[in-house]
Write a protein that binds this ligand. Structure first.
Ligand SMILES: [Zn+2]
Length: 303
């Protein structure tokens, strides 16, 4: 297998590979490669120029054809900021495209102060070329079909999953985190729970490549579901008692079923999102107090 500084390259089936980041933390995401016959499909393009170039190098080292199509599972920078380096037309869900439009002048600058350890060289949004609606899309490859499905707003307003039928593999984007705490800040916890029910059916008997963490199968879904329910119920109960501070609620409920997973402090952001949802705020809305929320998250981590 090709060498990659930050990832392990794993074969899922004939011409189907996952580049699994060894850490899986903030902005350190996974990428998928699918040999379509005459070209390679790249699923998610990494957050900076250097990592996107590493993806190109892995494609070359594997002897795959040149990349000519990108699928972004959602709009988050660690899945889309390398699109211009891959240099191929990109597919996004309509809602992800809307988020790109809203954020393209703000990102990555809005994130840089919070992640001084990361290198944002060459990180930028480019407009997607192909917009998918709720009905999804099927790509025809030499070896079989790739079904691109939208399961409703979940981790973000516009998440797509790709089912590669001949490899029995699902690229689930950030609907699935494994050993890394899920992040719901830009999405909807209720919607994510519904999407996981759908995903469980789609992923039956298949491998799941999530956005962060090692390759999994559908067994991973019950922990994520339990965590999201725990956050939602914890926020609801606290709210009924008049407690509205996400940090206080996070300290009160703890990480529940995902204790021991990395980036536990995301609980503060997830509680904040749960509270927004309980107040009827739409997925994708940026909380007005984001810097304060980020500070509270660091406080939780340091506790
Ligand atoms: Zn994401």
């Amino acid at each position: 297998m090709p060498k990659c500084e930050w990832c392990s390259v794993e074969k899922l089936g004939d011409g189907v590979y996952a580049l699994i980041d060894r850490d899986g933390g903030w902005f350190l995401s996974n990428t998928g490669l699918v040999d379509m016959g005459s070209y390679t499909l790249v699923i998610d393009t990494q957050y900076n120029e250097a990592r996107a170039r590493d993806v190109l190098q892995v494609i070359e080292d594997l002897g795959l054809p040149a990349p000519k199509l990108v699928l972004n599972t959602h709009h988050h920078g660690d899945h889309a900021w390398g699109n211009h380096v891959i240099g191929a037309p990109a597919i996004m869900h309509r809602e992800a495209a809307r988020m790109v439009e809203a954020l393209r002048d703000l990102a990555p600058a809005m994130y840089e102060p919070f992640f001084p350890q990361l290198d944002f060289t060459g990180s930028k949004y480019t407009r997607p070329d192909i917009i998918v609606g709720d009905e999804g899309l099927t790509l025809q490859a030499d070896k079989g079909s790739i079904h691109i499905r939208y399961l409703g707003p979940a981790h973000t307003p516009g998440d797509l999953v790709a089912i590669v039928d001949w490899a029995k593999a699902v690229f689930a984007g950030d609907l699935v985190f494994n050993k890394v705490t899920p992040l719901a800040l830009d999405g909807t916890i209720q919607g994510w729970l519904r999407a996981l029910d759908e995903l469980e059916k789609l992923a039956d008997g298949k491998k799941i490549v999530g956005g962060h963490g090692p390759i999994a199968d559908k067994k991973v879904l019950s922990g994520i579901r339990g965590y999201l329910r725990h956050v939602l119920e914890g926020a609801r109960e606290a709210l009924e008692e008049g407690i509205t501070d996400p940090l206080a609620i996070a300290r009160r409920i703890g990480p529940g079923p995902l204790r021991g997973w990395k980036e536990e402090e995301r609980l503060v952001l997830n509680v904040a999102r749960a509270l927004m949802g309980l107040h009827g705020r739409p997925p994708g809305e940026i909380p007005p107090d984001l810097p304060e929320l980020a500070r509270k998250m660091l406080e939780y981590r340091g506790q």
